[in-house]
Design a protein around this ligand. Structure first.
Ligand SMILES: *Cc1c(COP(=O)(O)O)cnc(C)c1O
Length: 226
């Protein structure tokens, strides 16, 4: 099957209201263009340099989603065009995003990355850390960022029940934060969870955005220079 056919198959399987991010990291621009020509406009990358290069080379109506860990000093490269940042895991990073958003005279949408896998994962906040962030006076000062929801990455496991429980927990965190901080806001709506191996479970558990790479583009070759 072609890349576009892979995507079409997934689109047919999942509800219309779930957004598909085609995760194109490590894949060349030609492959993205192929999916674009098929009509898809939403792509995900995990490195700022790669995203910036692809943004420059490809059609400007592509929505670029940053899904990888983001260093503070790299925010400036993507701030002019990024559509949503899924991986906000500290106040420091959020302040930098706000600062760069102001420079670019725009508001940047983002998600709070929550650590849902009880492994030694390096990234993401605990629910209580997210609550602390959102309660802080510093946060209240930020005007050029918009909190659109939460993001989580399930454990790498064959245990479906573990994955399902992690996604259930993320939904609970979403509802908790919504109730506490965004009850009357119409923009806090997104739960970004589910990848190639677990998107069906994620959708069962209330995902609104799935991030799918290998199932669309095939296996990634990390040794290839893009
Ligand atoms: C690479 C990546 C994906 C896509 O992974 P696949 O297993 O190829 O679907 C999704 N989310 C994040 C955060 C990623 O880094």
């Amino acid at each position: 099957m072609s890349i576009a056919e892979n995507l079409k198959k997934i689109e047919q399987e999942i509800p219309n209201n779930v957004k598909i991010i085609a995760v194109s990291k490590t894949h060349p621009k030609e492959m993205i263009q192929e999916v674009y020509d098929f009509g898809h406009r939403v792509f995900g990358e995990n490195k700022t340099q790669e995203m910036t290069e692809k943004h420059e080379a490809l059609p400007k109506d592509i929505e670029w989603h940053m899904i990888g860990h983001l260093q503070t000093n790299k925010v400036k490269y993507i701030a002019p065009f990024v559509s949503m940042i899924h991986s906000v895991d500290s106040l420091k990073l959020l302040k930098e995003i706000d600062k760069e958003a102001i420079k670019n005279n725009r508001v940047i949408d983002y998600l709070l990355q929550i650590d849902i896998a009880n492994e030694d994962t390096k990234f993401g906040m605990l629910e209580k850390e997210a609550i602390e962030l959102l309660s802080s006076e510093d946060f209240a000062q930020l005007k050029n960022i918009r909190t659109c929801g939460v993001m989580g990455i399930g454990s790498i496991t064959v245990d479906i029940n573990k994955t399902r429980q992690e996604f259930k927990n993320l939904k609970v965190t979403f509802l908790t934060l919504k109730e506490k901080f965004f009850k009357n806001e119409d923009y806090f709506t997104e739960i970004s969870m589910g990848m190639s191996s677990d998107y069906d479970i994620a959708i069962d558990e209330g995902s609104t955005i799935v991030r799918i790479g290998s199932l669309i583009f095939g296996q990634r070759d990390y040794f290839k220079v893009v």
